[in-house]
Design a protein around this ligand. Structure first.
Ligand code: SF4
Length: 312
């Protein structure tokens, strides 16, 4: 069973990936999936690999990394499918604990209505749950779920897990242009997530080649609107749109610091000007960053915002 990485990530620091699912066993076939269409669509948990083998492989990899002076921040279940389909997920999380490194599971949340899945996930230090939409039609259009799954059960499962879970819970909402990015729909998603109270609600848009060429990414304007809607609902929200690797906090220069902030959330014009002024940047820097194609200017709710321009 593959253990891969480590992979640097803004959200998890240095993360060693655990791939506990063969490609591509999933409960969803998301239009934006970068692994292509789901070949083994299933909603039944089952055995895939021997858990002890995973623990041994992770141990070997950690020894090699330790020899090179590297200690990952997280052991992260981020497989080529849905990690909670693995009936041994809980046992694997238990076995990995002996390494003294935090564990994380990145799940699409589709099976979290099952008490046994919630019990397994409770063993991880960080759990990320996907909530792309709380509207039936958009959920079906974006995530293309297995026929046995019901959105209402999943949302109830997410809410139950959030009430019980003691670790760090974050959510991911992937926005596809023209499908789940409308403002009324986003308000409903935000209202649901506000009840879940994640430590962070990440808002994403496809930045890598998706399973379906028609799954288009949202522009900076739509992402600025989404972030404002999430924030107004009381959520701590961040945008993930292709700058994960280099968004750790700039290189000390005011322009770089500002770009690092604006790569995770839009900044209001007055706050951006104040930030640059305090940091001693030359007048006109904001306009210059827009002219150079590094910042996008959007208007939301009558105010002007700046967001890091997405990569091509
Ligand atoms: S849940 Fe993840 S792995 Fe499954 S289809 Fe969607 S993006 Fe791909």
């Amino acid at each position: 069973m593959p253990v891969f990485g480590p992979v640097p990530s803004r959200r998890l620091g240095v993360s060693l990936g655990i791939n506990n699912i063969p490609p591509k066993h999933c409960t969803y076939s998301c239009v934006y999936c970068q692994l292509g269409r789901t070949s083994s669509m299933t909603a039944e948990r089952r055995y895939f690999y021997p858990p002890a083998g995973l623990a041994v492989e992770a141990g070997r990899k950690l020894d090699k990394l330790a020899a090179a002076g590297v200690r990952p921040d997280y052991l992260t279940f981020v497989p080529d499918g849905e990690p909670t389909l693995d009936v041994n997920l809980g046992m694997e999380l238990e076995l990995l604990k002996k390494h003294g490194i935090k564990t994380a599971v990145i799940s699409n949340a589709s099976l979290v209505f099952m008490p046994e899945v919630r019990r397994d996930l409770a063993l991880a230090d960080l759990v990320s749950l996907k909530v792309d939409s709380v509207d039936e039609e958009a959920w079906r259009a974006v995530d293309r779920p297995h026929g046995a799954l019901k959105l209402r059960d999943i949302l109830e499962g997410v809410a139950s897990f959030a009430r019980e879970y003691k670790g760090r819970l974050v959510t991911e909402t992937m926005l596809v242009k023209g499908v789940n990015d409308g403002e009324p729909a986003l308000r409903r998603t935000a209202a649901f997530l506000a009840g879940v109270k994640p430590a962070m609600a990440y808002i994403l848009t496809p930045t890598r080649p998706p399973a379906e060429p028609g799954a288009e990414k949202c522009g900076e304007e739509a992402m600025t609107a989404a972030w404002n809607i999430f924030s107004s609902a009381g959520l701590a929200a961040e945008i993930v749109a292709g700058y994960e690797g280099n968004a750790f906090g700039g290189g000390g220069r005011p322009e770089e610091e500002l770009l690092a902030i604006c790569s995770v959330h839009p900044m209001r014009e007055d706050a951006a000007e104040e930030f640059l002024g305090r940091a001693g940047a030359a007048p006109g820097t904001l306009g210059e960053l827009v002219r150079r194609g590094l910042l996008a200017r959007s208007v939301f709710g009558g105010a002007v915002f700046y967001l890091r321009k997405f990569g091509k």
